[in-house]
Design a protein around this ligand. Structure first.
Ligand code: SAM
Length: 262
């Protein structure tokens, strides 16, 4: 057996011991971590479609990858020269994979077990925040976007969500009369589909927006959409939040609830 054969079998054994993987990471020596992924070479197939929309040189930039999973995007950010990359996930098994992959490539990336709901404890803003493939796994997706805007988003948000339903997007009126109900039937009206049990054999799917729905939620959380380089991917800049303090959390007064403004 050659030294290269030994490296190969050792890598395969280590990667398998940390599996199953969701991210298919090319470890070299002909070893991939999830070669049988149901979406193909995932997430590289998706990344290829929007990689050019992200700055190629991230020298000096700070990056937060929320829901980093096996670390695919964190690795790509480091490859572009980012000064600081912090990957967060709430699942220790994925964090172990991400740490292994980063160590394998010799990249200095920090990975921490932290939920998106606890972002306030970081006390730090980042030049680029990645929030990819997490929103529809959350029971409280708008709260997560609010917390990202409030605590960690410094400039650019790279966002991705599974989308279902119509791709039509109609302009949202400032207000609709109580008796005006037609918009709820139109495909381009913002909509979230609630998954009571499971979708795609995955009980962690809770809310799946249509395209108008996700765009409205991003705007409503204080993100201006600058580009949609891929069908499910949005590049957004932080913008002024379009609501006052009374609109978030349970703080609305009775008078505000009865017709007040946001
Ligand atoms: C579908 S994977 C997406 C992974 C990666 N961001 C991507 O786009 O390929 C969703 C990830 O979000 C993580 N996750 C789920 N709920 C979370 C939460 N409340 N806070 C942080 N991460 C969470 C899961 O553990 C999982 O790694």
């Amino acid at each position: 057996m050659t030294a290269s054969d030994m490296t190969r079998s050792d890598l395969r054994r280590q990667a398998d011991a940390l599996g199953p993987w969701f991210h298919n990471i090319d470890l070299g020596h002909g070893i991939w971590t999830a070669p049988d992924h149901f979406l193909g070479d995932y997430p590289r197939v998706k990344w290829r479609r929007f990689a050019d929309a992200i700055p190629a040189d991230l020298t000096g930039r700070s990056i937060l990858d929320i829901g980093c999973n096996g670390g695919f995007y964190a690795l790509e950010m480091k490859r572009r020269g980012a000064a600081r990359v912090l990957g967060l996930d709430s699942d220790e098994r994925y964090l172990a994979q991400a740490r292994f992959a980063a160590a394998h490539f010799g990249y200095d990336i920090e990975f921490r077990n932290l939920s998106v709901y606890d972002l306030g404890s970081l006390g730090e803003r980042f030049d680029i925040v990645l929030f990819m493939g997490v929103l529809y796994h959350l029971r409280h997706p708008l709260l997560a976007l609010d917390l990202i805007r409030e605590h960690v988003a410094g400039d650019l948000l790279v966002f991705q969500s599974m989308l279902r339903g119509s791709r039509a997007v109609e302009p949202v009126a400032e207000d609709y009369d109580f008796w005006d109900m037609d918009q709820f039937e139109r495909p381009g009206y913002p909509r979230m589909h609630f998954v009571e049990r499971a979708y795609a054999h995955d009980w962690t799917n809770w809310w799946i927006p249509n395209q108008a729905g996700i765009e409205a939620m991003l705007r409503a959380s204080g993100f201006a959409i600058e580009a949609q380089p891929e069908a499910e991917v949005y590049l957004c800049r932080t913008a002024p939040v379009p609501y006052g303090p009374g609109a978030v959390y349970p703080a609305r007064s009775i008078s505000e609830q009865c017709g007040g403004t946001r």
